[in-house]
Write a protein that binds this ligand. Structure first.
Ligand code: BDR
Ligand code: CA
Length: 298
């Protein structure tokens, strides 16, 4: 089987931790690089968390530290991920260190050196991806597509209009959405339905399920009966099992100013589609996918 070479650009982050773990254990995916970006908490905690995760899962995947702040806005963080971004579990000290290269440079090297095109999977604010496109536009040809978690066509989670990843760096999101790249937007329209709680985790009594249980309880209200939304894992699920999702071509603009800043607004008339938007998800199939992958983990 041809494995899909991917870069995960992430801000762990509780649901990011689950997405990384799941991606590591999917045979369809070849995680070439993890890049970190300021988002849920500050870049230092985020990068440390990424190192903790590769240590926990014992994966030899390079981690590169990325942008400390959004392109124009200040870094505001996301209180629902607690103080460190992964509170509640006693992770072993990271046994690995970050690459010397900045995330943007590490992605550039990978793209330049790779014989096959690479899929970018951003599950945090789009700052690193926008910087890459601004600095090295010639590398667009080496990007297979961008499968991102972010945005919504049905209201936000930061406010009525905006989803966190787009809201946190709307200017970067605008650059990415207008890049002409093949983009799949996995937004709140589907991710809020993809909930994992005690029912799923208790069926796979391993160390990973124990770790997820501990950190999920610190996510938002930590409602383990209803389950917590696995936003970022949906992007991973889409890569391996796109049939679980209904995806439609749409024209989406990113609002960068005013009270609706960070909104991903659909434009209905006379505009060519620029994004494939996930508008439906088979929730039961997602739970099975999550459980089946979890069962393979440490
Ligand atoms: C997104 O924002 C973050 O809180 C999550 O990790 C996810 O990437 C959901 O809006
Ligand atoms: Ca995230």
């Amino acid at each position: 089987m041809r494995r899909i070479p991917i870069v995960i650009d992430t801000d762990p982050g509780i649901d990011d931790a689950a997405a990384l773990g799941l991606a590591f254990y999917r045979d369809e995916l070849d995680v070439k690089l993890i890049t970190t970006v300021s988002g849920n908490v500050d870049i230092h905690n985020i990068t440390r968390n990424a190192l903790k995760l590769v240590t926990f899962f014992d994966k030899d995947i390079p981690v590169a530290k990325g942008m400390e702040t959004p392109l124009l806005n200040p870094a505001l963080g996301n209180k629902v991920h607690g103080e460190t971004g992964m509170d509640g579990y006693n992770f072993p000290e990271p046994a690995r260190t970050i690459l010397k290269e900045h995330a943007v440079e590490a992605t550039r090297s990978l793209l330049e050196e790779s014989e096959e095109k690479i899929t970018l999977v951003p599950v945090g604010p789009l700052t690193n991806i926008a910087a890459l496109l601004l600095m090295y536009p010639q590398l667009k040809d080496k990007i297979e597509r961008v499968v991102l978690m972010g945005g919504s066509l049905s209201g936000g989670n930061v406010n009525g209009a905006a989803e966190f990843n787009i809201w946190a760096d709307p200017h970067a999101a605008k650059i990415v959405f207008e890049s002409g790249l093949d983009i799949v937007m996995i937004g709140l329209d589907v991710t809020l339905k993809a909930r994992i709680g005690e029912d799923v985790l208790s069926k796979s009594p391993n160390k990973s399920a124990e770790m997820f249980d501990a950190i999920f309880r610190n996510y938002r209200d930590g409602d383990m009966e209803q389950g917590v939304a696995m936003h970022d894992s949906c992007a991973i699920a889409y890569l391996t099992n796109p049939e679980m999702f209904t995806v439609e071509p749409r024209h989406v603009k990113v609002v960068t100013e005013g009270p609706a800043s960070g909104m991903t607004m659909e434009v209905f008339r006379n505009e060519e589609p620029n994004v494939h938007v996930a508008v439906g998800i088979d929730v039961e199939a997602f739970k099975e996918w999550f459980l089946g992958t979890l069962a393979k983990m440490v």
